[in-house]
Design a protein around this ligand. Structure first.
Ligand SMILES: Nc1ncnc2c1ncn2[C@@H]1O[C@H](COP(=O)(O)OP(=O)(O)OP(=O)(O)O)[C@@H](O)[C@H]1O
Ligand SMILES: [Mg+2]
Length: 326
């Protein structure tokens, strides 16, 4: 079966008028094979996500390698499959003084899409009761959702979203996750990029993690998280320094947390008995112990040797970098 997205050995070098060329993508592979799947395309700022997506949409030409969508080479024949692909990657093409509905109506008309689709997408993106409000009166989250609505007008089989959670507050991010999941549950494949691993990991079925233009790991979310991520145990104890000394002396790696009575140990759940026993043997008794699941972020840190993605809320970017495209 033809893959929905198939990137092989993709390489993109931006040449500059001054200075060294920038190698943005260095031989990347990426596959999205199954409808109804959310594929997270994750990596820190500047790791090559937008460049890859632009190649996939036929907006820029790869230096070498291939980007195929539904079997079509994006560089030469993206137009053949464009009707099956909705994307948000370019600047918004919304009119600020037009209502959400009017903006969608305009885009539908331009795309030769039946106006009955407008109510369908307004419902999907949760803007049915705010459709008459002007675009500039929308919150950032609503603007992002309207942009997704625009990308859904042609009822695409593949939706590509470049950083849809960018700039959103926690409630907006949660809404975005629910929306992405519901779109995938309709049977669409979703490729969603993010530099904030924690924001998006809960909605992904599979992930491709990149760093500095190179593939770091790809696979099902559970697999990547459990094989590469570290679980950690958070220990609460009054006599924290003594407890940490005991565990560090026994070969564990205990690190203090901001709370004066807490520290963490980078181990799996199976080691909790050993921790409890070691401390009790020294007359140190726990007040609490909890195991924190491996996260995608811990997997990323382990895989890249600590090349940390920006912290949540970090790396400010113009909120309108994303917009309705395609
Ligand atoms: N048009 C361009 N000309 C020159 N260099 C570019 C251009 N676009 C991107 N780059 C460079 O290519 C590298 C990858 O950029 P890209 O935008 O693909 O990363 P990204 O993963 O999308 O980052 P972010 O999370 O910040 O959106 C960066 O070093 C960037 O500066
Ligand atoms: Mg980007």
């Amino acid at each position: 079966m033809t893959a929905i997205v198939d990137v092989r050995g993709l390489r993109k070098v931006y040449s500059k008028t001054r200075g060294e060329p920038v190698v943005a993508v260095k031989g990347l592979d990426l596959t999205l094979g199954t409808p109804g799947t959310v594929h997270g395309f994750l990596g820190p700022n500047g790791s090559g996500k937008t460049t890859t997506i632009r190649c996939l949409l036929g907006l820029i030409r790869p230096t070498s390698g291939n980007a195929n969508v539904f079997g079509a080479d994006s560089t030469t024949s993206f137009h053949r499959v464009a009707h099956r692909v909705g994307a948000i990657v370019e600047n918004p093409k919304m009119f600020p003084n037009f209502s959400g509905r009017k903006n969608l109506a305009l885009l539908a008309k331009l795309g030769g899409i039946d106006s009955s689709e407008i109510d369908r997408v307004l419902g999907i993106v949760g803007l049915a009761d705010r459709d008459a409000d002007t675009f500039d009166s929308y919150s950032l989250g609503m603007k992002q959702r309207l942009a997704i609505g625009a990308a859904l007008l042609k009822n695409p089989d593949l939706l590509i979203l470049d950083e849809p959670a960018n700039g959103l507050d926690p409630a907006g991010i949660a809404e975005m996750r629910v929306l992405i999941r519901s779109i995938a549950d309709e049977g669409k494949a979703v490729l969603v990029s993010s530099h904030q691993l924690a924001e998006i990991e809960h909605v992904c079925d599979e992930v491709t993690i990149i760093s500095q233009g190179e593939l770091v790991r790809s696979g099902s979310l559970d697999h990547v998280r459990s094989t590469e991520g570290s679980e950690r145990v958070v220990v609460s104890i009054t006599n924290r320094d003594s407890a940490m000394n005991v565990l560090n002396g026994a070969g564990f790696s205990a690190l203090p947390l901001p709370n004066a009575s807490e520290f963490t140990v980078e181990v799996g759940a199976s080691d909790t008995a050993a921790i409890t026993r070691l401390l009790a043997e020294q007359g140190l008794y726990l007040e609490g112990l909890r195991v924190e699941r491996a996260t995608l972020e811990s997997a990323f840190l382990n895989l890249t040797g600590g090349a940390s993605p920006p912290p949540p809320g970090g790396a400010p970017q113009a909120p309108n970098e994303n917009g309705a495209g395609q």
